[in-house]
Ligand binder design. Structure first.
Ligand code: ADE
Length: 228
């Protein structure tokens, strides 16, 4: 899978893909992430990529030209499944969408907004899907794009090993994951549940499932109601 991220602040995206599991997936060639600086695509001699809003009001608006030029440049090199705009008023992202994207998409473009937003005509003519990572407003779409890219990439086969398998994630089956423990079995009197040390796999599986249900009921009952 190839993800192209268009940004006004590309430095914000240097960290998330340079470490740990994502970095390994990228160096193994399972996924690739390309961050593009929108200033490289402006024809403005001052490299401006925003302008005042028609009609007045506070806040600058990102202009069409650098975004359109960057998208067209990428599209001239390969086909894209989707051009996604990260926006607080987009479709609310969740594990189901991450799964769908991970399975169905080969190449995607993610546009990060900044300032007061992007010229509406970009949304009308160039964007095919709008995604929000939650009902709060970030200073820009970069952190949101990193969240979406991370959650999609980790689902690609061979990115996670057996121990970290995505199959046991919270939300993967509309349940919250059960609690986990490691050594020591007793830390100053804080004990690991006996069943996990029993060696009885069937019993352990049953306990984990029961804990998942209990946690989901207590913390996120909406997952049980909305699961169909
Ligand atoms: N840009 C700013 N806030 C955002 C959010 N909540 N989700 C996605 N993109 C955003």
């Amino acid at each position: 899978m190839r993800i192209d991220i268009l940004s006004a602040v590309p430095k914000l995206l240097e960290g998330p893909f340079s470490h740990s599991i994502l970095q390994r997936a990228i160096s193994k060639g399972i996924a690739s992430v390309h961050v593009h600086d929108l200033r490289d695509f402006t024809l403005d001699k001052h490299k401006r990529i925003d302008d005042y809003a028609f009609g007045g009001g506070a806040g600058m608006v990102m202009t069409i030209e650098p975004i359109e030029r960057c998208i067209e440049h990428l599209k001239s090199e390969r086909d894209y499944d989707e051009v996604i705009y990260m926006s607080p008023d987009g479709e609310l992202f969740n594990q189901k969408i991450a799964n769908q994207m991970s399975v169905e998409y080969k190449n995607i473009i993610i546009l990060c907004g900044h300032y007061k937003g992007i010229d509406e005509r970009i949304r009308e003519h160039l964007i095919t899907r709008e995604i929000s990572i939650g009902d709060y407003v970030l200073t820009g779409g970069e952190l949101a794009a990193a969240v979406v890219a991370d959650s999609i990439i980790r689902l690609i086969p061979d990115v996670l090993n057996n121990e970290t398998s995505a199959l046991t994630d919270s939300f993967q089956d509309d349940l919250i994951a059960p609690p986990v423990y490691t050594r020591p079995a007793d830390y100053k009197g804080w004990k690991v549940p006996d069943v996990l040390r029993s060696g009885d796999e069937a019993k352990i599986d049953a306990w984990r499932h029961e804990m998942s249900l209990k946690r989901t009921e207590e913390r996120r009952p909406n997952l049980l109601r909305d699961s169909d």
